[in-house]
Design a protein around this ligand. Structure first.
Ligand SMILES: *Cc1c(COP(=O)(O)O)cnc(C)c1O
Length: 406
């Protein structure tokens, strides 16, 4: 096929070689929960395009928001200019997070970079010259160099970049409190994913570590950065992972679901204390400003997506998805090849004992009409909240068959 020939010659894919060593499927179009391939195959989507398509594909409300904004003003620089789609989005994010100071970024990784820089500046503004962070084992915070510096050093790509990465302090969820106590005078912040650690291992935690982190960070005036890029916008059954512990961080990053998966946009929100302390100090400003900051098309789609979400019965939907994942995956626990089965909200995970089956599981699912992309030992699904029970059962039964057939 022509697309694949060109792809093999010119196109990098995520975490891949050129040409790709694994199967690449040409997609023709999408609709709701379905991905239509060029060859006519229809796949039910079990990935929601890496946690982002929370309303399914081609939602008419999002398309209309995009079309309307495209005719008014697609983009202007955000340096010295502002506009209603951006201010409206910042206001919505402030309300949803209880964090009033919002920085619009163009990807999740950039929002994490800005969060790390903000924490360093906050400390500097208070006369503290610190730049190390406490992060968690199994953490994933993005692929840029600063972000990689707070990703798990063992299971990420750290070793490939060696000295170029910032050196930080890693600890387990269990030892987080102890570690904060030990390094409290040397760190610029604590960064963590709440309740679910995503790409670093799809781990589900109980909320206690969030309460401990909040308590100690408040006690020692250390910025607590919570990365809600994966967990946010309802994925764990509550709006934010933080809501499971009833805490508010000092700095929150969000992305992925923000535009319902249609546009590249993320955001960092901070407390007024953080923004006031930086703004009123000699430093005075956050030294960061992407060219496409506050992109009006992305802001309009994000506004439409957030309105759709808050005005829908997403909680009921996500609860119902959670109970279907629990019930359907339960029986896999007894299989010899399965190490663990866990799920929360719209996320279902089967951890295999062996990392060699990812491609086999993917091929089986695609042959049987389901799009899934396992990594390593992890076969996981994250679904859109408006998925039908029939579609969800198709996903769970196909994954079960795939694993049973190994
Ligand atoms: C995906 C992800 C990121 C990075 O976001 P990008 O938009 O891919 O740059 C950061 N943190 C977490 C928790 C993520 O899941």
């Amino acid at each position: 096929m022509k697309i694949l020939d060109i792809d093999n010659q010119h196109t990098w894919h995520p975490y891949n070689s050129l040409p790709s060593k694994s199967t690449i499927l040409p997609v023709k179009s999408t609709d709701k929960q379905t991905i239509f391939l060029e060859d006519g195959t229809e796949l039910v989507d079990a990935m929601s395009s890496w946690w982002s398509a929370i309303h399914g594909y081609n939602h008419p409300t999002l398309i209309k928001a995009l079309e309307t904004q495209a005719n008014i003003m697609p983009h202007v620089m955000f340096g010295g200019l502002t506009h209603e789609p951006a201010t409206s989005l910042c206001e919505k994010i402030a309300k949803l997070t209880n964090l009033p100071s919002v920085f619009l970024a163009d990807s999740g990784s950039v929002s994490v970079e800005v969060a790390l820089k903000t924490a360093i500046l906050y400390n500097k503004a208070k006369g503290k010259n610190v730049s190390k962070f406490i992060a968690l084992e199994n953490a994933y915070h993005g692929d840029t160099l600063g972000c990689m510096g707070v990703c798990d050093p063992q299971n990420s790509m750290h070793s490939l970049y060696g000295d170029y990465l910032p050196q930080n302090i890693f600890t387990s969820v269990e030892n987080l409190g102890e570690t904060i106590e030990k390094y409290k005078d040397e760190i610029a912040g604590v960064i963590l994913e709440p309740i679910v650690q995503g790409a670093g291992g799809m781990k589900v935690h109980s909320p206690e570590y969030l309460k401990i982190a909040r308590e100690l960070c408040t006690k020692y005036d250390i910025p607590l950065i919570v990365d809600e890029i994966a967990t946010g916008f309802g994925h764990t059954g509550l709006m934010w992972g933080c809501d499971h512990a009833n805490i508010t961080p000092d700095i929150m990053c969000m992305g992925k679901g923000l535009t319902g998966g249609m546009m590249s946009m993320a955001a960092m929100a901070t407390s007024k204390n953080i923004s006031d302390t930086i703004s009123n100090s000699d430093i005075g400003v956050i030294m960061h400003g992407p060219t496409f900051m506050g992109n009006a098309l992305a802001c309009s789609v994000a506004n439409a997506s957030l309105d759709l979400l808050v005005n829908s019965n997403w909680k009921e939907k996500v609860n119902s998805i959670e109970s279907i994942f629990s019930k359907e995956f339960e029986s896999l626990k007894d299989l010899e090849i399965v190490a663990d089965v866990r799920n929360i909200g719209a996320i279902g995970v089967v951890e295999l004992k062996d990392a060699s089956h990812a491609q086999t599981v993917q091929d089986f699912c695609v042959e049987n009409g389901v799009w899934i992309r396992p990594f390593g030992k992890l076969v996981y699904s994250i679904v859109s909240y408006n998925i039908t029970d029939i579609e969800l059962h198709k996903i769970t039964s196909t994954i079960k068959e795939a694993i049973k057939s190994l």
